[in-house]
Design a protein around this ligand. Structure first.
Ligand code: SF4
Ligand code: SF4
Length: 417
């Protein structure tokens, strides 16, 4: 982005931020939107024909759904997350985005859980095939976090980057406006710093907000964002507001304590395909598919052909599927991955190793959803740590015992965390 694309032409004064790093000139100029004027932004989006999708409280969690106004936002709510645990709890302030992403991700709007991808109609003695060509919904995503921007970029590679482009995803993706919100807090399951996907939004957004008590610092990320910002009651941010934003972003960075060592991970995992540790994980894994359903990058689906009662019309329906379902690997009546250990191994090695061969990127952005929403609290960072430990011992010719089917919290109690 050039200076002239960056919106209002005021600059951020040079100063030291609270995390000790200098606020440098490569940071975008920030303007300010008062808390009460967020409603203005939402009304503007609605007038422009967008359906606003963002965070709201539903069924005891902060999920993503259609928003009609500011009152739908989870103002005054936050969450507590641990492996296998999620709790919605009140905040002691009125922040609207003071939470860490929950069970939903934006993929449900770009790659819906169920879709009709083709229809066949009997015409005389032949069939006429058609693909749905309905206009894509015009979504404005409000509240996209940095790791989630990275997840969307990964799904872009999956659905748009190869020889075969998914037209459903392509239409929806082209229409979407991305309003990001920088994290000002992190959960114990977050490890975006290891995956270099956060916590600060760097690119891929139209507008990025940082929430402070009095309102929002606003960064422009695209021409579309600049045009929208021009219609808002913005003013240059003053230094106290910039400092408050820096403090919030630094808090989030400090709170990301979980780490995953990704060095040589591709080869390490593929050298451990016969490790007995996969059986150890399988003692805990329920093969419930939760980890793949909540993951913002998982993209497996199955296609079913459904005919009407007359047999004259057949719909080809696509649904989300999971590599944890035994039928997902069924070929000629036989599943090639008939054990939980083989399915967990498939998921982890695809996510962290062979995804790189396919798409030139890891399949993991470090959002931690698969850790929170795994009923027994299996933590992929702990599994990688154990596999690395076993591999290093093997290389050194030392025999070590597998740590066993222990939860990460119990391992932490023993000083392994
Ligand atoms: S790892 Fe956890 S969430 Fe994933 S299938 Fe196994 S039990 Fe379910
Ligand atoms: S594998 Fe887990 S931590 Fe990584 S992106 Fe998917 S849900 Fe998030």
């Amino acid at each position: 982005m050039t200076e002239s694309e960056a919106g209002p032409g005021f600059s951020v004064p040079a100063m030291d931020s609270d995390d000790g790093s200098e606020i440098t000139s490569d940071r975008r100029p920030e303007s300010f939107l008062l808390r009460d004027d967020l409603q203005w932004l939402m009304r503007r989006l609605q007038e422009d024909g967008y359906t606003i999708v963002g965070p709201k409280v539903d069924q005891g969690a902060i999920v993503y759904g259609e928003l009609t106004g500011v009152s739908d936002l989870p103002q005054g709510w936050t969450d507590q997350q641990q492996p296998g645990q999620y709790r919605l709890v009140p905040r002691d302030d009125q922040r609207m985005f003071g939470y860490v992403p929950g069970p939903h991700s934006w993929k449900q709007f770009l790659f819906p859980p169920a879709a009709i991808v083709a229809t066949a109609q009997r015409v005389g003695s032949s069939w006429q095939m058609s693909t749905p060509d309905e206009p894509a919904p015009r979504y404005a995503f409000l509240g996209v976090r940095s790791c989630e921007l990275s997840a969307i970029a990964i799904q872009d590679k999956v659905f748009l980057g190869g020889a075969f482009v998914d037209p459903h995803y392509q239409r929806r993706r082209a229409a979407v406006l991305l309003i990001a919100v920088n994290c000002t807090q992190a959960a114990p399951v977050c490890f975006c710093t290891s995956m270099k996907t956060g916590p600060r939004c760097q690119s891929g957004f139209d507008i990025a907000l940082t929430e402070i008590d009095t309102g929002f610092l606003v960064e422009i990320g695209s021409e579309r964002g600049r045009l929208l910002a021009e219609t808002l009651p913005l003013r240059p941010a003053v230094s106290e507001e910039i400092r408050a934003g820096e403090r919030g972003r630094a808090d989030a960075k400090r709170q990301v304590t979980k780490q995953m060592n990704t060095e040589g991970l591709h080869d390490l995992l593929l050298q451990q395909l016969k490790s007995p540790h996969w059986e150890t994980v399988a003692e805990r894994c329920l093969s419930c598919t939760n980890c793949t359903m909540v993951c913002p990058t998982c993209f497996c689906s199955s296609v079913t052909e459904v005919s009407d009662l007359s047999g004259d019309r057949v719909q080809r329906e696509r649904q989300w599927d999971s590599c944890f379902n035994v039928d997902f690997s069924r070929v000629n009546g036989i599943p090639s991955r008939d054990s939980i250990s083989s399915r967990y191994r498939q998921w982890l090695t695809h996510k962290l190793a062979t995804w790189q061969d396919q798409f030139g990127t890891s399949g993991c952005v470090g959002c931690g959803r698969c850790i929170t929403w795994c009923p027994p609290g299996i933590d992929l960072t702990e599994e990688v740590r154990t596999l690395r430990h076993l591999a290093e011992a093997e290389t050194a010719g030392v025999t070590v015992a597998d740590p066993g089917p222990q939860g990460p919290s119990r391992q932490t109690e023993k000083g392994r965390g």
